[in-house]
Write a protein that binds this ligand. Structure first.
Ligand SMILES: *Cc1c(COP(=O)(O)O)cnc(C)c1O
Length: 474
């Protein structure tokens, strides 16, 4: 066979057009798969086949060109993989409520509707409808935030990292900022307070020790170069034991005495006393405002339960200065964030029982009994359709708030524990992850765990369907 013309072998492969007409490829097109993804996949697969032919040819081995349907199936598989890279809903069966990698807070229905309305239309984003002149993007959301929290003024940027950065860069540039050693937080994804300070042009002055910082430590560090006193909530860890933190109130008193503004980075924007719900204490937004912090920053999508945003509350004179910082433009929010955030704020202001409407709190406060009912019902459904079961049981486990909030809080849930006869836990987890929509769950030793606490409407049925499909070898 050696010496035979290889291009003759290549020509045995089907053409791009022929593959496009194959049933498995046509099916995907009908399901809405983009044509360019299929064509890319066809090119990828054909290239692979050519390489294989070339290898055989060089080794003087027999060349067998696969059937066109077989190649088309490979193309469909590859296109499906490419499709999965797009941003799509997934089922969060991990029990981690504010899962940062899964996009943190699920928004309430009214926010979803508001975003949808704004997305497909022009909006009054920067038009004052009373005068017809240019308006301010932040005006209405500012007044809602002030009404809700009691703050004098407010501003919203893309995320809390930007809120902290912009606050530091505006008030502390070229000056020193005093921070306790116990609060030099790393949030993950390379957000480290010391690095952010450096980038914002602020010189970090660390005071106290890891476990204890006294008011005196801060006072002793204040000098002519001091531009800011900074408190950072240690949102994702706790220093326990022999510890002392300076109260925000004491920092504000010092700030007043020396005419130095105080920045309080709360991380998570919590408005509800969680200790009343048996959880660990999370500092409250309204308390920081009341204590007199000059600037308070927090995320929109952690315990606040809204879209990704960085919220800055504070004294008017400081907020005005931040608004004038040309960098604000680089961090400004778009109409989608704004419409979602406004809707969440209206919900807080209008609904006295907002914790029953905001998905984050629905999940956080969902009773153990309720998760037990959900777990029982899911387990029952799975036993009916899943014949490869070795174990389908429910048991008590813990869910987590996640998103760097409430690190010590473990919420008791009943979860579904699964083990297949024919697959390892890793394989089963992967197979669920490959479902459309993908189902993400925990793996613990030999078991796959589905935590109902973070499931939303329709998820249970979809999970059962995934096992049904698996059963049919699809
Ligand atoms: C989460 C967090 C941030 C970063 O907020 P993003 O909204 O994720 O940018 C900053 N500071 C603290 C204390 C945090 O907990």
């Amino acid at each position: 066979m050696a010496g035979k013309d290889i291009s003759k072998e290549y020509r045995k492969l089907p053409s791009v057009n022929a593959l496009l007409q194959e049933e498995s490829v046509q099916d995907l097109l009908k399901e809405g798969c983009a044509r360019f993804l299929l064509i890319d996949s066809i090119h990828d697969v054909l290239e692979k086949k050519r390489t294989a032919i070339k290898k055989k040819h060089e080794a003087a081995e027999r060349i067998i060109v696969p059937e066109i349907s077989e190649i088309a199936a490979e193309v469909a598989q590859s296109a499906k993989k490419k499709q999965r890279r797009f941003l799509n809903p997934v089922i969060n069966a991990t029990g981690v409520i504010l899962h940062t990698n899964l996009g943190r807070a699920v928004l309430p229905k009214r926010a979803v509707e508001a975003i949808q309305r704004a997305a497909g239309a022009y909006t009054n984003l920067e038009i004052d409808l009373d005068t017809g002149k240019r308006g301010l993007r932040y005006q209405n959301v500012e007044s809602l935030l002030c009404k809700l929290t009691g703050a004098e003024a407010a501003l919203v940027v893309n995320n809390n990292a930007a809120a902290v950065f912009l606050s530091l860069a505006t008030l502390g540039k070229g000056k020193e900022a005093i921070v306790s050693r116990g609060q030099l937080v790393e949030i993950g994804g390379s957000f480290r307070i010391p690095d952010v300070m450096e980038q914002s042009g602020v010189k970090l002055v660390e005071v106290g020790t890891t476990n204890k910082t006294h008011v005196q430590d801060i006072q002793n560090a204040i000098g002519p170069e001091t531009g800011l006193l900074v408190r950072v909530h240690t949102s994702n860890y706790r220093v326990v034991g022999f510890t002392e933190e300076v109260e925000l109130k004491e920092m504000v008193e010092l700030g007043c005495q020396y005419q130095i503004p105080v920045l309080d980075d709360l991380g998570s924007g919590c408005l509800l006393d969680l200790t009343e719900h048996g959880m660990e204490e999370e500092p409250l937004v309204q308390n920081s405002v009341k204590a007199g912090a000059d600037l308070v920053t927090f995320s929109g999508d952690k315990l606040f339960g809204g879209p990704q945003a960085g919220i800055i509350l504070g004294k008017r004179k400081y907020i005005e200065r931040i608004k004038k910082n040309p960098l604000l433009r680089a961090f400004r929010i778009d109409k989608l964030t704004l419409s979602g955030l406004e809707a969440v704020l209206v919900l807080y202001l209008e609904d006295e029982e907002w914790e029953k409407t905001l998905p984050v709190y629905q999940m956080l406060f969902r009773s153990y009994e309720d998760t037990k009912k959900a777990a029982d019902s899911l387990a029952h459904g799975l036993r009916e359709v899943w014949l490869q079961q070795d174990v389908v049981e429910t048991q008590q486990a813990t869910s987590r708030p996640g998103g760097g909030s409430l690190p010590e809080t473990e919420i008791m849930s009943e979860v579904v524990v699964l083990k297949a006869r024919n697959l390892s836990a890793g394989e089963l987890e992967r197979s669920l992850r490959e479902h459309v929509p993908p189902i993400l769950c925990r793996v613990s030793r030999d078991f796959v765990i589905i935590d109902p606490r973070t499931l939303i409407e329709g998820d249970k049925e979809e999970i059962i369907r995934a096992f049904e499909l698996m059963e049919n070898g699809q």
